[in-house]
Design a protein around this ligand. Structure first.
Ligand SMILES: [Fe+2]
Length: 434
């Protein structure tokens, strides 16, 4: 068996799994709520082969989706499937349900791949008119049902990104080209009821490295003029974009964003000091992410940054219903630098009081992104469940854990032991049948 100790992003639970498996009626500890009828889907890189261990980057590798079907209080099946084929690896970063379709997605050029209900690839789609690639982080507007996305297509386009809107039934309805001075890596975006935000931050393509054949030609640029582009929701051309200065820093994922009463845009976000400056294999060895608030003022074109919590926070999520709106609760994966366990805790943060509630699974456990699922007739913003993949290094397997989001430190609602470990990957979603 191959070992990948050369890179921390290939060892332990970062290592790929070797088989596509299918299992039915998995054992459950606790009780799966009857209301949970649908599929939990999680995408991540699962390289079929690593040719250069030293140069391997966590973001490389063919996409593999792990899926768990729940219904009638049972864990009906587990499947893991490559998104693409041996010849063409599929998108490896997230998977969403939108417009009745299941779409595996990634940034930087590859088109979404549609999967059937049992995770078999159907084919690529351009959503009726994507101008370039898509993104791993389209933002849902819960009031309109639209998806908003900032897309780029390296290396076919090196001087622009596209701001794209996708209708509730999954068709591109708007696309605005937005010029950039070079080709920044833009992983995610912020969306409020008034604006979308383009993050033009100091990680960009190094064209010399690219020409020299570097498999990962992205790096931190110390002299980069970092900026955030506010794209009014009514914008029709890039002339409508308001560019706002920001101190050099980096972020992948906003927790949420909204319009404040004073006309500013509030973006709560997992923020790094630098990215891909020293660590050429993944995101976590330059600096670890803290929770920050960016207050963007379209009138002064400036961004005010403040740290909300110095503790490690990544993979932030909120309830879909409060996305783009003022909100109370955010959920993250937490960890610490000292132990080298980057993520071992699920955190719920009350954004109003600053209070946090945590669930620590044990020193031998590592966790993924907490996915919030609202109860159908919930009575508060946090009235629902958190779905979390928890890797147990002692047993070398992964549990799917359902927590009561109003009491994440309490006993799990249900724990389902999966037939194999789910390697650390990126993003997942609950795709309800209803
Ligand atoms: Fe992401």
């Amino acid at each position: 068996m191959t070992t990948y100790d050369a890179s921390p992003y290939l060892s332990g639970n970062f290592a790929p799994v070797l088989e596509e498996q299918t299992a039915f009626d998995l054992p459950v500890v606790g009780a799966i709520p009857d209301e949970l009828s649908g599929r939990f889907l999680r995408n991540g890189p699962n390289p079929r082969e690593v040719l250069d261990l030293k140069a391997h980057h966590w973001f490389f590798g063919e996409g593999m989706v792990h899926g768990l079907r729940l219904g009638d209080g049972r864990a009906r099946w587990y499947r893991n499937r490559y998104v693409g084929t041996v010849d063409a690896g599929g998108p490896n970063t997230s998977i969403i349900g939108h417009g009745g379709k299941t779409l595996a997605i990634v940034e930087a050029g590859a088109k979404p791949v549609e999967l059937d209900d049992e995770l078999n690839p159907i084919g690529t789609t351009d959503l009726g008119g994507l101008p370039s690639g898509f993104t791993a982080h389209p933002k849902l507007d819960p009031l309109t049902g639209e998806l908003h996305a900032v897309c780029y297509h390296w290396p076919d386009q090196v001087d622009k990104v596209h701001y794209v809107v996708v209708s509730p039934d999954g068709v591109v309805t708007k696309s605005i080209a937005v010029s950039t001075p070079t080709m920044p890596m833009i992983h995610d975006m912020a969306l409020t009821q008034s604006y979308g935000a383009v993050f033009d931050l100091p990680v960009a393509v190094d064209f010399e490295m690219a020409m020299g054949g570097s498999p990962f030609p992205l790096r931190w640029f110390h002299d980069y003029e970092a900026r955030i582009g506010l794209v009014p929701r009514s914008a029709t051309t890039e002339g409508d974009v308001i560019w706002c200065e920001i101190d050099p820093c980096f972020a992948y994922h906003p927790m949420n964003s909204y319009d404040a009463d004073d006309g500013t845009v509030v973006v709560d976000i997992c923020e790094y000091d630098t990215m891909f400056d020293r660590d050429r294999n993944g995101p976590f060895r330059d600096s670890l992410p803290r929770l920050a608030r960016w207050t963007i003022d379209p009138k002064t074109a400036k961004v005010h940054r403040e740290t909300l919590d110095d503790a490690v926070h990544e993979f932030p999520r909120v309830a879909d219903a409060v996305s783009t709106l003022p909100y109370r609760y955010g959920y993250t994966a937490g960890g610490e630098a000292e132990t080298g366990k980057w993520f071992h805790t699920t955190i719920k943060r009350d954004m109003k009081t600053g209070a946090t509630e945590t669930r620590f699974y044990g020193t031998h456990c590592e966790v993924g992104e907490p996915v919030f699922v609202a109860k159908e007739h919930g009575t508060s913003e946090d009235d629902g469940w958190l779905m979390v993949l928890v890797y147990d290094a002692d047993r070398d397997t992964t549990d799917f854990v359902i927590l009561d989001a109003t009491d994440i430190a309490g006993d799990p609602v249900a724990t389902i032991e999966l037939p194999q470990r789910v390697p650390h990957g990126f993003h997942g979603n609950w795709v309800a049948d209803r």
